[in-house]
Design a protein around this ligand. Structure first.
Ligand code: ADE
Length: 257
């Protein structure tokens, strides 16, 4: 059984490539795919690309060309939920496209043809990933250059792993106004969003179409507010790839097949 590890960031992928046994690089659909073994498990490493269409193409290639049995996605996201702070991890319970709007033909956020707005991630895979994320954030205290914003960095940092709804859309959310509007509109419709990013819901939809188990973990790089564009690149360089590496390796160790 081959497991696809889909990374949002080149930094994440390259740290995993270094751990590959018997690495083989293949080009397909203008993308590089790395095949090999990680912790004795057959894997394909791929980059999602940025945005929903790029991610859907990569996910489809993983399934059609490489025959993967499951897809696990890591990347970063903007924290929008209460208490979802930079350095925390959100493991997706389900996904919604915050920019999907075919109203009045379909209810706002509903994916036409699917009769729902939220696509659920695989329960068993997500539980494994949440375990790996929880272990990662607790051992991350004092590591990876992370400091607790709540404690001014003077005490042991406290980071959390959350489990809940993530919203994807083809926008980098980078103003407090937009973030509050997005969060409040969704909240009023019964959707409590913990984080925003730009790809996961597309991969969830492709996996739903093919009946492939899917799970995703996103490290919070910014608060999707007025400083998001500054916080994001800094975080990617210093922390995100090491988080992803730890989570993926811990996750693969726990996989039973
Ligand atoms: N990925 C990381 N931060 C994000 C943000 N603020 N908006 C969309 N995607 C993101």
């Amino acid at each position: 059984m081959t497991t696809a590890i889909l990374s949002a960031l080149p930094e994440e992928q390259s740290s995993l490539v270094q751990h590959l046994a018997h690495p083989q690089r293949l080009m397909h659909a203008g993308r590089a795919f790395w095949l090999g073994d990680l912790h004795g498990r057959r894997v394909v490493l791929a980059l999602s690309g940025i945005g929903k269409v790029a991610a859907a193409t990569t996910a489809t290639a993983l399934i059609e060309r490489f025959g993967v049995a499951r897809i696990v996605f890591t990347g970063v996201a903007g924290g929008v939920g209460d208490g979802v702070q930079v350095g925390d991890v959100v493991v997706a319970q389900d996904y919604l496209q915050h920019d999907m709007d075919a109203s009045p033909l379909f209810p706002r956020w509903e994916v036409p043809g699917y009769a729902r707005s939220r696509l659920v991630c695989d329960v068993a895979l997500s539980a494994l990933l949440l375990g790996a994320a929880t272990a990662c954030v607790s051992s991350a205290s004092g590591q990876f250059g992370l400091k607790s914003s709540a404690q001014g960095g003077s005490e042991a940092p406290l980071h959390r792993a959350h489990h809940g709804l993530i919203a994807s859309g083809d926008r980098f959310v980078s103003s407090a106004d937009e973030c509050v509007r997005l969060r409040t509109t969704l909240h009023d419709a019964g959707h409590d969003v913990l984080a925003v990013e730009m790809e996961g819901a597309a991969v969830a939809q492709v996996c739903h179409d093919y009946g492939i188990p899917f799970a995703a973990a996103r490290t919070i790089s910014d608060r999707a507010d007025d400083t998001a564009h500054v916080d994001f690149p800094l975080f990617v360089q210093t922390v995100a790839s090491r988080y992803a590496e730890h989570m993926v390796l811990a996750f693969l160790q726990k996989l039973s097949n």
